[in-house]
Design a protein. Sequence first.
Length: 106
Amino acid sequence: MNGSRSGTPAGAASNLRGYTLTDQQGNRYRFPDFRLEGRSAVKVHTGRGRDSRHDLYQGRTRQIWDDRDTATLRDHRGGVVDTESWAVAGTSTAADPGRRSPRRGR
């Protein structure tokens, strides 16, 4: 996974400054001063690139998202806003060997 998509509730604009996106291994991306317009989304890329209205780049030189992982978006106070877990077909874990598709939850 090269990016994770974050969006706003219908119609609500939000400044994501101080929000964080983390994975199960503790890798963390802290959002810069970034205004996300209502009914829009931003894709957060692992690698390098030029930030835009629709894409933000972490500037990492190595992949951090695994075939099976969980991304957690937290607000500037540390409260969980959203989580998304996935497992690529053909991968499994001892804790959940049958899970094959992405799951979205809170």
